[in-house]
Design a protein around this ligand. Structure first.
Ligand SMILES: [Zn+2]
Length: 532
């Protein structure tokens, strides 16, 4: 009989179901109570009873905590950081089955009773008996369960390597958890003299299309940044349209040039970033009236492989300038046709330029007050706050209008890739071989395309491209910040190896049981043992 708590497929499956039962949707009560429960669970291990200070809770804001658990071998210096997130997306889409979303065994049984309302591919998988359904099974409480299994084994068998289990909240929204953990990882490294040899995340392997059954390991992660704009036109009454310019008219020029713009496509190692699209475009009028909407905002999603925030801002400014040039040309023709003077040409300015102008005009104190006015609104998220800060400043600087003010809003995920690191090249070969022993074909992808917390380690930006983010993100330092300097200290290759599953973020989220409970434990143990 094993003395280990979580070492068999059965006990590991029970551990997963317990972690899933602690519902922890991002920004709910459950997300705040998860970390203390995880800590209690880790305290069941004798090692942490003997070393209580190796377990730590870190404040991630809004009552939420990240957890670090350090297994330190007395002689080992080299260290693997095991990264997971414990928050999940919402469960509304489960409908009548919502109460079972956190009980994988019960949910899977219930689905068996009447599989007919599942999409065909999910029904077929269900009937094989090889999948466990439930919110967070795949994304990504299984990753955490696997890391708990690893750290238990390492402590009992005294593996000559150090492990830092790091599990965090808020991955699905702003990654506040990982951004807090980064600073702790730097602290732990100094306190215990650790060398970080590998940052190992265990987000699930995502299928590339509905029939894809290959399993993937990822040696990097895609980045994401959100350029945004505030369009400030000139108000008028609908009866006198030529006396003003609507913000919607201005916005349409930029949005049309941003969506699917191939300037933003990056290609590296045979992979390409998806093209940009807008995530939001709205005018800021609170209700219907016959005054024309003269302030509007838009948010764009841009994926990254190599580019820094500074490079994206330059490109965004270029596109915005071209868009406004086109607008100004068209508008001039319309003014000629209508024999009016017009309201002027639309300028493009960066948030940092607006801020400098406003500070000079209004004084630093008044600018701070205008910022705080937006920051105090608790029901606004960081995006809304960012845009409203710009709006507040523009209202006081209307002589700049008509204008398009360009900025960034949170979140920002830098891209990371370490495919060419010799350790990763070897690890990928080893994992492929290990997969073969289970008759699984394992392929490598260079950039994990699901966005993950690995973005916040191994940061490399010798040109300080991040400063363009800092100076153009209105909420920077107030409600949002990124520890770029600490991230740059967490040097080390990254890898994502996790269980196979399907339909993350859907009601058919499901985990492949052999991959999760039989194959992954062997593959991950093989990987860690190859590092010492
Ligand atoms: Zn995830």
């Amino acid at each position: 009989m094993s003395q280990l708590l979580w070492s068999t497929p059965k006990t590991l499956r029970e551990l997963l179901c317990e972690l899933v039962s602690w519902d922890s949707i991002t920004l709910t009560e459950g997300e705040t109570t998860f970390a203390p429960k995880a800590l209690d669970k880790l305290r069941e291990l004798k090692y942490f009873q003997d070393h209580p200070s190796h377990l730590q809770l870190l404040d991630a804001g809004l009552g939420r905590y990240a957890v670090t658990a350090l297994y330190k071998h007395p002689e080992a210096v080299e260290t693997v950081v095991l990264i997971s997130h414990f928050d999940t997306v919402q469960t509304e889409e489960y409908g009548a089955l919502q109460p079972l979303a956190y009980f994988p065994e019960e949910l899977t049984k219930k689905l068996m009773e009447d599989p007919s309302d599942l999409p065909e591919s999910a029904r077929i998988d269900l009937e094989t008996g090889k999948y466990l359904f439930g919110r967070g099974t795949m994304d990504m409480k299984m990753g955490l369960a696997l890391h708990m299994q690893l750290i238990e084994k390492a402590t009992v068998e005294e593996w000559p390597i150090n492990l830092v289990l790091t599990t965090v909240p808020d991955e699905e929204v702003n990654s506040a958890g990982m951004r807090a953990a980064v600073t702790q990882l730097v602290r732990l490294r100094e306190e215990f003299g650790l060398t970080y040899k590998l940052f190992l995340n265990s987000e699930p392997s995502f299928s590339q299309n509905p029939t894809d059954i290959a399993e993937y390991i990822y040696s990097g992660t895609i980045g994401k940044i959100m350029p945004a704009a505030l369009f400030y036109g000139k108000e008028t009454h609908v009866g006198e349209p030529m006396k003003g310019m609507t913000a919607n008219y201005i916005a349409s020029y930029l949005t049309q040039r941003m969506e699917w713009n191939s300037l933003f496509r990056e290609t590296d190692l045979g992979e390409s970033t998806p093209l940009p699209v807008s995530l939001q475009q709205k005018d800021l009028k609170m209700s219907y009236s016959t005054q024309t909407p003269y302030r509007a905002v838009a948010l764009y999603n841009v994926f990254l492989f190599k580019r820094t925030a500074a490079e994206v801002m330059d490109l965004f400014e270029q596109v915005a300038t071209e868009a406004m040039d086109a607008l100004n040309t068209d508008y001039q023709k319309i003014c000629q046709r209508e024999e009016v003077k017009g309201v002027g040409t639309v300028k493009v300015l960066r948030y940092e330029q607006l801020l400098a102008y406003a500070t000079q005009k209004l004084g630093a104190e008044e600018v701070e007050r205008l910022k705080q006015e937006a920051l105090m609104q608790e029901d606004w998220d960081d995006r809304e706050k960012s845009l409203r800060i710009v709006d507040n400043l523009m209202i006081q600087c209307q002589e700049l209008a008509p204008a398009t003010v360009i900025l960034f809003t949170p979140p920002y995920y830098p891209a990371v890739n370490t495919s060419n690191d010799p350790l990763i090249v070897e690890a990928v070969e080893l994992l492929k071989k290990s997969g073969q022993s289970f008759n699984n074909k394992i392929d490598q992808i260079h950039y994990f395309n699901g966005i993950c917390d690995l973005s916040y380690v191994n940061y490399d930006d010798s040109g300080n491209g991040w400063t363009a983010f800092e100076s153009n993100t209105p909420v920077w330092g107030d409600t949002y910040s990124i520890p770029f300097e600490d991230m740059a200290q967490l040097k080390g290759p990254v890898l994502n190896v996790g269980p196979f599953g399907k339909d993350a973020h859907q009601r058919t989220e499901r985990l492949h049981v052999d991959s999760a409970f039989v194959e992954m434990p062997v593959m991950l143990e093989t990987l860690i043992k190859s590092l010492y």
